[in-house]
Design a protein around this ligand. Structure first.
Ligand code: ADP
Ligand code: MG
Length: 263
């Protein structure tokens, strides 16, 4: 199930989302923002079933910048979609703070996505008939505590293009609009699935710089999927998936700016 970029429905039961942990709780146990335990995902059933994720244990700290590497088909998008509440696991547990995503119903997941998650995909999913500013406003109109549209555009360096249409922008600029749209609602988490997959080298770097800057300035927890191992240096931690499992984990002592990375 992948309900598009704006799957939000207004019919949400407020009582279904537990209160956030208090500051005292956080100080006592320093809980991870995400906790995955034995997380598994199987698509389909019978002889055509595909095991996309197998028994993944993963904690992600608030404010962490996590890069996910791995060959095509290794389960990266599956894991990202579970984190983002776009899909539910077949087995195992997944928690976002005190909210159990693995047992949440569709309305709760919708509300969770709307309040906490910004998505950036390989193809920018901008609405062609709306201007840059209008594309971002689609999100800020329904968000609880959005930043002003022009501030979001300024953060990605595109304020001067606010009244242009997507077709008048380069691929990298369109992706930066998609990032502005994703961050404008001030989500706790920014999930990026191959955000530079359709971009050339220099443009891709510029897009990564914007993502890294957002993470630093706003404290947003960021998970970026990529094929490109050279991107690993920009992360606090790099995990490599293989056959639906975490095959390797690496911690970086410091984040390297994308402008210092070469590939
Ligand atoms: P990655 O993002 O690392 O390329 P995915 O998470 O997209 O990998 O896919 C992992 C495996 O699950 C692949 O074998 C893929 O074909 C399969 N898969 C992904 N989505 C679906 C789906 N909706 N239905 C059936 N199989 C799927
Ligand atoms: Mg993928």
């Amino acid at each position: 199930m992948r309900p598009g970029l704006f799957p939000e429905s207004p019919a949400v039961d407020e009582s279904m989302v537990p209160a956030a942990p208090t500051a005292t709780d956080a100080a006592e146990s320093a809980p991870a923002l995400f906790r995955a335990r034995a997380l598994s995902k199987v698509y389909g059933d019978g002889p055509t079933a595909v095991r996309a994720l197998s028994d993944v244990d993963l904690d992600i700290a608030r404010g962490e910048f996590l890069v996910m590497l791995g060959a095509s088909g290794s389960g990266k998008s599956t894991l990202l979609n579970l984190l983002g509440g776009l899909d539910v696991p077949s087995a195992g547990e997944l928690w976002f703070e005190s909210l159990c995503l693995s047992r949440a119903d569709e309305a709760t997941l919708t509300r969770y996505r709307r309040e906490h998650i910004g998505f950036v995909f390989q193809f920018y999913n901008l609405i062609p008939s709306l201007t840059v500013a209008e594309n971002v406003a689609l999100v800020t109109d329904i968000a609880t505590a959005p930043m002003p549209v022009d501030e979001a555009l300024d953060r990605v360096g595109l304020l001067p293009r606010r009244d242009h249409f997507p077709a008048q922008l380069s691929g990298g600029e369109q992706q930066r609009v998609a990032i502005a749209r994703a961050i404008a609602k001030q989500p706790a988490v920014l999930l990026c699935d191959e955000p530079t997959g359709a971009l050339d080298y220099a443009t891709g770097k510029r897009v990564l710089e914007v993502i890294a800057q957002v993470s630093t300035d706003l404290g947003t927890t960021v998970v970026v999927i990529t094929h490109n191992a050279a991107m690993a240096g920009m992360a606090d931690r790099v995990i490599r998936l293989a056959d639906g499992r975490i095959a390797e984990t690496r911690h970086n002592a410091r984040r390297i700016s994308p402008s210092e990375l070469s590939w």
